[in-house]
Ligand binder design. Structure first.
Ligand SMILES: [Zn+2]
Ligand SMILES: [Zn+2]
Length: 163
């Protein structure tokens, strides 16, 4: 099945980079780990995970910055070459096939609230989490929290990677 190129949500940096997510993301993570706190300079990172082929570049050309990560395997952060805003990342686990789109760079970030809070063991104490959203001290199993549609999309990605 080909991803449709229907606009679902657009975003961009502060100047020239514009991109489009063509469907809803797989899942939205709010990460409270120390690494995300340092990288963002604030209390947490908010990432919408989505297949790379469902992110369409509309303008500009982000460039990759290899950045150390807690796993030791590194993170590839895609940044605008002019204003240096980060628009998405790739992590070693899923590689280039999955982009972690930075929700704050979407035009309507309110549409993508966290679906899980992770690494809450290092959460800033003044951040109060809503009781209805799952929260875990470290990480979790996608099979326990993701909707069936997202799990099916993940299975399709894994099948493609195995080919
Ligand atoms: Zn820019
Ligand atoms: Zn993190």
């Amino acid at each position: 099945m080909h991803a449709s190129l229907t606009p679902f949500a657009d975003g961009g940096c502060t100047c020239r980079v514009r991109y489009r997510m063509t469907s809803r993301p797989l899942f939205v993570h709010c990460c409270h780990c120390r690494w995300c706190q340092r990288e963002t300079g604030t209390a947490f990172a908010l990432n919408a995970m989505i297949e790379a082929d469902r992110v369409q570049l509309l303008a500009g050309e982000p460039e990759v910055v290899d950045t150390p990560s807690e796993s030791g395997k590194g993170q590839r952060i895609w940044r605008c070459p002019a204003c240096r805003i980060a628009v998405w990342s790739n992590y070693a686990g899923a590689g280039d096939a999955v982009r972690f789109v930075r929700v704050g760079t979407l035009d309507e970030p309110d549409r993508f609230p966290p679906e899980v809070h992770i690494f809450t063991a290092s959460k800033q104490p003044w951040v109060l989490l809503p009781p209805a959203t799952p929260a875990v001290a470290e990480y979790y199993k996608a099979s326990e929290l993701w909707p069936a549609e997202s799990l099916a999309r993940r299975a399709a990605l894994q099948a493609k990677a195995a080919r």
